[in-house]
Design a protein around this ligand. Structure first.
Ligand code: PLP
Length: 439
């Protein structure tokens, strides 16, 4: 067993594990951002977590500001989620046949989100891939519009970069994606109404759907300008295209009803399809897409558009998600709001005092910190973040027991378990970290 080291910056056990991992896994990790490539140093191997705290292989304890990149809304190892999952496991872990928890989770989601029917998958990637297939099958059209800086999982057609002009089709965003996979994708700057209007004017009758993060969190938090989502929804409707809102990150986190609870529910519009994941899986591999009953009716076995999954609606994963959503009460969102305000004020004060340019941006209870002058409205502006200053900030926080996202372009996640002690640990670390960022 590991003995706690004097400072979280000492991580020999993690370093040894990283060397072992690299021998058998590309880059030593199973998802690239975990490797600390953007901030340098060796990633921590986490051995356990409880509430707001992570423990690494060296016995270092750190306040977690990633929360598994969003899912752990209630904090780690929540006793009621744990008990429900243990009871589910005792009943067997997968049958490949319908079960009660998937019906109950679907009912819970339909009650909260702007969807009439829902289909489960095992990852957000699968859910967005399936939503796009359904949109194409429903409309009989092929073209998909997305925004630069929005991430919808590693779907070939969406790993795309803008072509040479606004209305020209995209090019592959990574080796391994053939040009044919992105030649029906259009990539636009976020928050740019004119660009949207222009591509719909030119290609409107070929566009199956526009897909957007309900409020982008994958280039840092870049909220839609007031009315932007409503404008997108209306533009899609005018051209017979579907509006696909990706709430994988914001769903059941930005608010009780996701980001839609902040704009659509207030303004009175609904997306045609919604992609979901993270919180609704309670820390297990569960995701979903859902939407209008007439669109969802095109999905097999009711309709002709094929979609399937061996572990889709898995009883353990749906039990974890269902228990999490049932416990995600208004008090949880109030707590996230208040804790977020305290952390954001602490960050602002520390960076102001150290003279570091920054923009703290929010979308409901989600927020992130850009080390550049704000406001940040799109991917080009987000890219101005000082990644070197962030790396120094990140490591200074880590040394003081706070685990931030190991990339400057990510949102920070709190949980219901971030209590006064956890928040105080963050606040105590900030002034030194801000000075490190300034150096
Ligand atoms: N959509 C959004 C908005 C996401 O943030 C993510 C993951 O971070 C995905 C889709 C993909 O989900 P997954 O990683 O479960 O495939």
């Amino acid at each position: 067993t590991a003995t706690p080291s004097s400072t979280p910056s000492a991580a020999p056990a993690s370093e040894a594990l990283f060397a072992r991992a690299r021998a058998v896994t590309p880059g030593g990790v199973n998802s690239p951002v975990r490797a600390f490539a953007a901030v340098g140093g060796s990633p921590r191997f986490i051995t356990s977590a409880k509430g707001a705290w992570l423990t690494d292989a060296d016995g270092n304890e750190m306040v977690d500001l990633i929360c598994s990149w969003g899912p752990m809304l209630l904090g780690h190892a929540h006793p009621e989620v744990q008990a429900a999952v243990q009871a589910a496991v005792a009943r067997g872990t997968s049958y490949g046949a319908p079960t009660v928890p998937e019906v109950e989770l679907a009912e819970e989601i339909v009650a909260r989100a702007p969807v009439e029917k829902v289909r489960f998958t095992s990852s957000g990637t699968e859910a967005s891939m399936s939503a796009i297939r359904l949109a194409r099958g429903f409309t009989g059209r092929d073209v998909v519009v997305k925004f630069a800086g929005c991430y919808h999982g590693h779907v070939d057609a969406l790993l795309a970069s803008a072509g040479s002009g606004l209305a020209t089709f995209a090019v592959p965003g990574t080796p391994g994606v053939p040009a044919s996979a992105t030649e029906l994708t259009l990539v636009l700057p976020y928050n740019d109404r004119e660009a949207v209007t222009a591509v719909f004017a030119e290609h409107g009758d070929r566009i199956a759907c526009l897909v957007t993060e309900a409020s982008p969190g994958n280039m840092g938090v870049v909220p839609p300008e007031p009315g932007f989502n409503e404008f997108l929804s209306r533009t899609c409707a005018e051209h017979g295209a579907l509006f696909v809102s990706d709430e994988v990150m914001t769903g059941f986190r930005a608010s009780r009803q996701g980001y839609w609870g902040i704009d659509g529910a207030v303004e009175g519009w609904t997306p045609d399809l919604v992609v979901m994941g993270k919180v609704m899986g309670g820390g297990f591999p569960a995701a979903a897409f859902g939407g209008r009953a007439d669109v969802m009716a095109r999905l097999a076995p009711e309709g002709p558009v094929y979609q399937a999954g061996t572990l889709s609606g898995n009883p353990v994963a749906t039990t974890a998600g269902l228990t999490t959503l049932r416990l995600a009460t208004d008090e949880v969102y109030d707590h996230l709001t208040k804790a977020g305000e305290v952390v954001k004020a602490g960050v602002t004060d520390a960076l102001d005092a150290a003279g570091v340019a920054h923009a703290v941006q929010s979308a409901g209870t989600m927020f992130s910190v850009f080390l550049t002058e704000g406001p940040v409205r799109d991917f080009a502006e987000a890219s101005r973040t000082d990644a070197g200053a962030y790396a120094a900030f990140f490591h200074a926080m880590l040394d003081r027991g706070v685990y931030l996202p190991p990339s400057a372009y990510e949102s920070w996640f709190l949980s219901a378990a971030h209590d006064d002690r956890a928040i105080q640990t963050i606040l105590d670390a900030l002034p030194d970290a801000a000075r490190a960022a300034a150096a």
